[in-house]
Design a protein around this ligand. Sequence first.
Ligand code: NAP
Ligand code: GLV
Length: 315
Amino acid sequence: MTLLIACSSRAEQFAAEIRAHDPQLDIRIAPDTGPLEAIRYALVWQPPAGLLAALPNLQLIVSVGAGVDALLDDPSTPVRPLVRFVDNDLTTRMAEYVVLNVLYHHRRMTEFRELQTRRTWTYLPEPAARDVRVGIMGLGVLGTAAATALRPFGYQLRAWTRTPKGLEGVTCFTGTHQLDPFLAETDIAVVLLPLTPQTRGLLNRSFLRKLSLRGRSPLLPGPVLINAGRGGLQVDADVLSALSAGELYAASLDVFESEPLPPPSPLWAHPRVVITPHNAAESAPAAIARYAVRQIKTHARGGKLENVVHRARGY
Ligand code: NAP
Ligand code: GLV
């Protein structure tokens, strides 16, 4: 069985971990593909355009990312079973990121950091967690883990999804028609949506204004945006203008329209923006190896694959 690893980074690390899990697998690392006909499986993250289409006997594509928007956006991606990465390791990392950033803004840490640089001892009022409304956009694998991790703090939890969902302790909103009522009850928006034609550009000025006008806790200076979904969900310039206009109080952004975030972007220097380089929840090589080998073995014995992407749905 031949597996091609076509990843824009860490391909050698993935290969080493996979060899440790399954020494029998014949592993190739792009661009050294060897004979293309031999390749049955592909483990990919941002593969070169057209590479997968050139593999005549490809049977399964395993995505290193949980999000598969780049693969689905590429018209050359062949129509083969595509499984995305879902693993407790990644899920736990995302829950950590969300808890860290919700607490950071709820406890007004951007302002305390700024006061510290001026050696200024100033009391700032902070709401109790029970008075802060956290709205999670996307209640899939990651949104559910984030909600579950936030629950013990006592936040008022809401979620917004495409289809009706239920989760203990979370008030659920569904579909475009319930987006405005959801925003009206949200102080801190946590975005864990996939990038699809329906969600692209959703986090624009009009969205941010709705948060500002209607979603305001009496003790927080303004609404907060936390985006760990995809950069294409947000309009970077609108986030900046909403911050400047006071419509948005602060943001934690892990993803951007263009990555790496270009050095001239004013987002870098904004005192109330927390920037991380798209590593809210990394796909760790050991976890990827465990997962990819399991999926390949399942496929080889004709078993049922896990986490198969629904192409028409886009995630
Ligand atoms: P998932 O399990 O597929 O969940 C996606 C959620 O989004 C579902 O609740 C879905 O609604 C909802 N959704 C999709 N389209 C929607 C729409 N048009 N309107 C409202 N809700 C919509 O995905 P996941 O594993 O939680 O991952 C979510 C995303 O996180 C990934 O796609 C990826 O982009 C991102 N991610 C980022 C990082 C990072 O490091 N920054 C790491 C991993 C993943 P339904 O429940 O109704 O289907
Ligand atoms: C990372 O962004 C992922 O989709 O897993």
